[in-house]
Design a protein around this ligand. Structure first.
Ligand code: GDP
Ligand code: MG
Length: 437
């Protein structure tokens, strides 16, 4: 995937005390190749590497103390900028706010409709109504109703009607009568772009005058995603993009090119099939993710949504005081196992993501880590600094692992602790960005 390829490109720079103009050029070439392989379109990749090179020259990367790190920082900034710079919020002032969902079949529209309703209800204190406006497959209405029930949101449907425009209007009237302040309209897609579908959704748009039109696209479809986005944007002038299935192998190549081709903000990313597997899109975090740093901020945020609040507060306090210990680590693993997609979440933990790279990721992924922690004494768990080499040997034996594995966990744990401490302090966080990776 993209971050592996970038990792390789960075090898040229990392650990190198001095750096020459040749290896900046060499690295940029590698990076451009990696971006192209990840379905970033040619123009975007070229502009990106040219800009970074220009800035690298402007900031005297070559004579700075840590050129590799400075270059990485430049890339991080530039990627963030490319993906929109700042987080784009939904326009939710109107009551009811009308949100139209558009995209091809299988992109994840219906799933996202459920996730968005859940998000608006639990995070934004809204009272959404879902409208089933995909009338071509009876199963589509059933699907939305099941999701609505799952997240406790009402669904308006009219199984007798064959007119999507009328159903959308009825849905909005229904919302007004019932005090729903957001209406999310799930529409029909097609397997490929076709004129009838475009005209239908244009008619729905004209009839309901939506405040948001969100274009949902499967990030695994690579370059096709970009082309589809372009066509939908030309016809609908949508207000934002939702990238689904970012829990798979794709690491954001589509995010980069879609933004630069249609110039509309990405507002959400879907990271799994469950209703909770939705994240607000943060360009800076996606940039870090593409560059292979663990996306700790997203992890902590998602954890906070799902952890018992008290526990989360306690954890934050511990992190601030640098008292985060193996008991906390262990209970975090248990929490993580409860949350959405494993692969995705693991990728977000700095260090742990790398450690797990070659492991087949399932719920078993944490088994040896759990075994190691379970083989520690209560004192050791509370005070990891106690764990000297002879204790490590004992733990390795007790857990049926080996010393190298224990050492690796200790190192990752220390790294994680450091990052967490910095994350809890904005000034230190800024400093860390400066020193990354
Ligand atoms: P629609 O045809 O656009 O309405 O697409 P659906 O919402 O029915 O989704 C198609 C398939 O993709 C379903 O099996 C969903 O469970 C799955 N899906 C949707 N979003 C995601 C996601 O973010 N990650 C993963 N892994 N699967 C997703
Ligand atoms: Mg659907």
């Amino acid at each position: 995937n993209l971050s592996d390829k970038l990792d390789r490109a960075f090898k040229v720079l990392k650990g190198q005390g001095s750096i020459t103009e040749i290896n900046v050029a060499e690295t940029m070439k590698e990076i451009r190749k990696a971006l192209l392989d990840a379905d970033v379109n040619y123009k975007t990749a070229k502009t990106f590497t040219d800009d970074v090179r220009q800035k690298a020259i402007g900031q005297n990367v070559l004579t700075s103390i840590s050129p590799g790190q400075l270059l990485t920082k430049l890339m991080n900034d530039e990627l963030t900028e490319l993906m929109g710079g700042t987080t784009a919020d939904l326009e939710l002032k109107a009551s009811p706010t009308i949100i139209l969902i558009a995209g091809l079949n299988g992109a994840g529209k219906t799933t996202f409709t459920g996730k968005l309703a859940n998000f608006l209800k639990t995070q934004k204190n809204k009272k959404p109504l879902l409208v089933a406006d995909d009338i071509y497959r009876p199963a589509a209405i059933d699907q939305l109703e099941v999701l609505g029930q799952q997240v406790g949101i009402p669904v308006y449907s009219n199984r007798e009607s064959t007119d999507p425009v009328a159903i959308a209007r009825e849905g909005i009237a229904h919302a007004k009568q019932n005090g729903n302040n957001v209406v999310i309209i799930d529409t029909a897609g097609r397997l490929a772009i076709d004129e009838a579908m475009m005209q239908e959704i244009e008619r729905v748009k004209a009839a309901v005058n939506p405040h948001e039109i969100l274009f949902v696209v499967d990030s695994m479809t690579g370059q096709d995603a970009v082309n589809t986005a372009k066509v939908f944007n030309d016809r609908l002038d949508f207000t934002g993009v939702v990238l689904t299935k970012l829990d798979g192998d794709t690491r954001g190549g589509a995010a980069l090119s879609i933004k630069s081709v249609v110039n509309k903000p990405i507002k959400f990313i879907g990271t799994g099939e469950k209703m909770e597997a939705l994240d607000v899109f943060h360009p800076d975090r996606m940039a870090s993710r593409i560059l292979g740093m663990g996306d700790v901020v997203s992890l902590v945020e998602r954890a906070q949504q799902q952890f018992d609040e008290k526990e989360a507060a306690e954890l934050q306090k511990k992190i601030r005081k640098n008292k985060f210990d193996f008991n906390d680590f262990y209970s975090q693993i248990q929490q993580i196992k409860k949350m959405g997609n494993m692969k995705d979440l693991i990728g977000m933990i700095p260090g742990v993501g790398k450690m797990m790279k070659d492991v087949e990721v399932g719920d078993d992924a944490f088994k040896s880590i759990e075994a190691i922690i379970q083989s520690m004494t209560p004192k050791e768990k509370e005070n990891p600094d106690l764990i000297n080499p002879s204790r490590r040997a004992r733990i390795a034996k007790g857990s049926g692992t080996d010393l190298a594995e224990v050492n690796r966990l200790m190192k990752q744990f220390e790294d994680m602790r450091k990052v967490m401490k910095q994350m809890s302090n904005p000034a230190a966080m800024a400093n860390m960005m400066r020193r990354m990776p």
